[in-house]
Write a protein that binds this ligand. Structure first.
Ligand code: IMP
Ligand code: MG
Length: 177
């Protein structure tokens, strides 16, 4: 697997994001809403660098891409904290077409937070099909399929401490058969 972003670079990037968030929110309490499962590694690293009072809430979003039709996003917000009147930071692993982030943001707005900002670990350039873009992104990457640091291929590779580009030879290795 080709390494695209090394572990040390990731940690520098996450620290920089934490600094930007401190500049914006100061000491105000922040509710971090993380989209499962891809953003869990980023969540764990980011919150340990935040110094304001932090609440954590998880939300699940999965997209079903059937045939040629564009993906429908299914959102499970049954474990959400009450975010009414709160400053909310929504985080996700990657901004690809942008559909997930846009739809989850729309869902959260209905819960009447004071503000919502979005932060993604990776922003895949040139693939967005929506007008919005994330407020913060840690790295911009080219249009390749990447894994590691929370990102998966068929639920594998999330535990890699770096970001790698998946190659043909990697695809065959982990079949259970
Ligand atoms: P979007 O709705 O198209 O922005 O898709 C976002 C979701 O697609 C992410 O949360 C990932 O689960 C998945 N995804 C998009 N690109 C990649 C990739 O390169 N590697 C792994 N997952 C990806
Ligand atoms: Mg995902």
């Amino acid at each position: 697997m080709k390494v695209l972003i090394r572990e040390e670079e990731i940690h520098e990037g996450i620290s920089k994001l934490a600094q930007q968030l401190h500049q914006h929110y100061g000491d105000s309490p922040l509710t971090v809403v993380a989209i499962m499962t891809g953003s869990l590694v980023m969540l764990a690293d980011l919150i340990r660098r935040l110094e304001m009072p932090v609440r954590i809430s998880l939300i699940a979003a999965s997209s079903y891409r059937g045939g040629m039709t564009s993906g429908e996003i299914e959102i499970d917000d049954s474990r959400m904290l009450d975010i009414r009147g709160r400053d909310v930071l929504l985080i996700d692993d990657i901004f690809d077409t942008g559909k997930t982030l846009v739809e989850v943001t729309a869902r959260l707005r209905k819960l009447k937070p004071k503000s919502i900002k979005t932060a993604v670990f990776l922003n895949k350039r040139g693939k967005s099909t929506v007008n919005e873009s994330p407020d913060y992104s840690v790295f911009d990457i080219p249009n390749a399929f990447v894994v590691g640091y929370g990102l998966d291929y068929q639920d594998l590779y999330r535990n890699l401490p770096y970001v790698g580009v998946l190659e043909e030879s990697d695809l065959k290795q982990h079949s259970p058969h």
